[in-house]
Design a protein around this ligand. Structure first.
Ligand code: PBG
Length: 323
């Protein structure tokens, strides 16, 4: 036998030497949830270990996060039902809970990169990412104006990266132009380019109470059966000025990550979403899987597929492991 592949696996030192994919805490963006109130921490039932925090508590938590070496977070708001309306007006009201949280985190932790979420769903009485008319249609171009206002408000509050997760057509260009016109030339856009209409978002919608009040998101989020559309979306977002292209979810879409990474030279991000986190946690709690090993294997596979950046609820757990 001339070729014995096992020779390169014979010791820990040799296995480490030939290891192709290495995870680093620098790759991670840690998604966090902020809510109204004081001194409040509430665990998301379907996401063990993940909490919604009032602003004072999220600031405490940020120290822990930063001490673990995590350098980037993505922030999402939970709003009371009476703050929601058809045009998501709360999303750009100065001093709202979300903008206030961005502002305070940025002031106390200036080195942390903060990514904001641009979509109407947490603020919309319809629970959709865009503006809904009387007939229940999600109107694209009307939504863009609202998304642009929201984006400017987030940039003014101190967001370093804005993350349009709404899947409206033409949004990246509109947001880029809006940001530039206000002088925010250095605020980056991480476009949720290939965002699929996925069942894996369930726990996130529980966390934010943001599930659509009627229908589903299939007229704007993509069909899980398609890859060619992902390339069209990525091409548009790239040409409209996106700084990062994101694929979401991650694990069931590793081929999409690879395809985008093969075709574009800007960094590819992947969102290891709430349902992917919940599956591993649930199995681990039942003693059916080794949670830690499964986490590392999942994150490694996302990076191996071509994601340079990984948004993951596992960021803290992974960081504590390697600390
Ligand atoms: C909404 C948004 C969603 C997620 C991030 N931004 C949910 C949705 O589209 O319904 C999901 C994240 C996760 O599941 O972890 N704009």
């Amino acid at each position: 036998m001339l070729r014995r592949p096992r020779r390169n696996r014979q010791s820990a030192a040799i296995r480490a030497m030939v290891e192709e994919t290495t995870l680093s805490v620098n790759d991670f963006i840690y998604p966090m949830f902020v809510m109204e109130g004081n001194n409040l921490t509430s665990e998301v039932k379907s996401m063990p270990g993940i909490y919604r925090y009032s602003i004072d508590k999220i600031l405490e938590e940020m120290s822990v996060v930063q001490d673990l070496g995590i350098r980037s977070i993505a922030l999402f708001p939970l709003l009371a039902e009476d703050k929601k309306d058809k045009i998501a007006s709360e999303s750009y009201r100065k001093g709202n809970i979300y903008l206030e949280a961005i502002h305070q985190i940025k002031s106390k932790f200036p080195e942390i990169a903060i990514m904001s979420d641009v979509a109407m769903d947490p603020y919309s009485s319809d629970g959709h990412d865009g503006y809904v008319d009387e007939k229940g249609n999600i109107l694209n171009d009307e939504s863009l104006e609202i998304l642009a206002k929201m984006t400017i408000a987030q940039a003014e509050a101190g967001a370093d990266i804005v993350g349009p997760s709404d899947m409206m057509d033409g949004r990246v260009r509109v947001l880029r132009e809006a940001l530039d016109s206000k002088g925010f030339i250095n605020v980056s856009i991480m476009a949720y380019s290939a965002k699929y209409a996925s069942a894996f978002y369930g726990p996130f919608r529980d966390a934010l109470d943001s599930a659509p009040k009627f229908g589903d998101k299939k007229t704007y989020q993509m069909n899980p059966a398609n890859v060619r559309e992902a390339l069209i979306e990525a091409e548009l977002d790239y040409s409209e000025g996106a700084d990062f292209l994101m694929v979401k979810p991650a694990l069931a879409y590793l081929d999409i990550i690879k395809s985008l990474n093969d075709n574009f030279d800007i960094p590819i991000a992947a969102y290891n979403v709430s349902g992917e986190y919940a599956m591993v946690k649930a199995a681990a709690q039942n003693g059916w899987l080794d949670g830690t090993k499964t986490m590392v294997e999942c994150l490694t596979s996302i990076k191996r597929a071509g994601a340079k950046v990984i948004l993951t609820y596992f960021a803290k757990e992974y960081a504590s492991l390697t600390k």
